[in-house]
Design a protein around this ligand. Sequence first.
Ligand code: SF4
Length: 333
Amino acid sequence: MQGFDFEEETIKREIARVGAKRVLLQLPEGLKPEGPRLAEIVAQAGALPIISADPCYGACDISVSETESLGADLIVHVGHAEFVRSARVPTVYVEARAKVTVDEAVRQAVALLSPYSRVGLATSVQHLQTLNEVNEILTEAGKIVLIGNKGQLAYAGQVIGCNYSNVTSIASDVEAFLFVGGGMFHALGITLSTGKPTFIADPYDNRAFSINDEAQKTLKQRWTCIQEAQSAKAFGVIVGLKLGQKRLEQALSVKALAEKHNRAAYLLAATEITPEAILEFPSIDAYVNTACPRVSLEAPEKFSKPMLTVNEFTVAVGESSWESMLKKGLFEN
Ligand code: SF4
């Protein structure tokens, strides 16, 4: 996989620095094919590599307990920047920066951004190194460019699937956002968190496009889920077991709120939130997901019962309105 920087020298250096004898390699799904090659690099550095075959969807998912149970002394976590850290096991983050050029896609985006003069810029960790170049292109085109830095993520301008604090921090100062990177996932998160028109400069397909139709479709689905959940008599409140998804206090607050509104609420702990695991409880009518809000957004396609984010749940039980929730965003930050 030539399109990404896997920082092989960093991996070797960290193994030597930590004195690691056994290393757990964690890769997200799209980068798993690199596992055996990186295992060879680990072995050359004198440590026993073990590749995690478990799913790894985000920076929240650092396999600390699994590493300890394997007797490993270092995690090499590929594809994400640091988001959560455990003091129990040293972790090296290999961010897998993309080597693809972005200028053609950004120049196409300039045409779409013509109605707007103030533009917020954001990207995933794979393309952070392009932000200066993108900023220059937009500035040359007459735009005032803002890049947010709320301090919750590793880098200014960075977004991850459940944390859009860098864009919400500048949303009131811009008219639209440009996301640099592939796919619709992050741009959808930006527009759902800020309510601003959002465009994608996709360097893999060399094209730019708007996410706004997709966002409208998603909002309709979310409203339908909330309406279905309004009649629920019993809620399952999901607590994630992954390191960065465990929000037990928040789950307890959701349970208390459900009970205040005369609904039953049961805490459900899960590592992977799949229909097979979650839908085994026929007496539960709807779910509130405190683990990963993006699973909720995929819910209408994957789950036969409503799966709400915490903010959506407050609408379902009448603690807030749909309009005020939209101002706050579907996610927490
Ligand atoms: S909680 Fe979900 S969206 Fe957030 S980093 Fe983890 S997998 Fe990604």
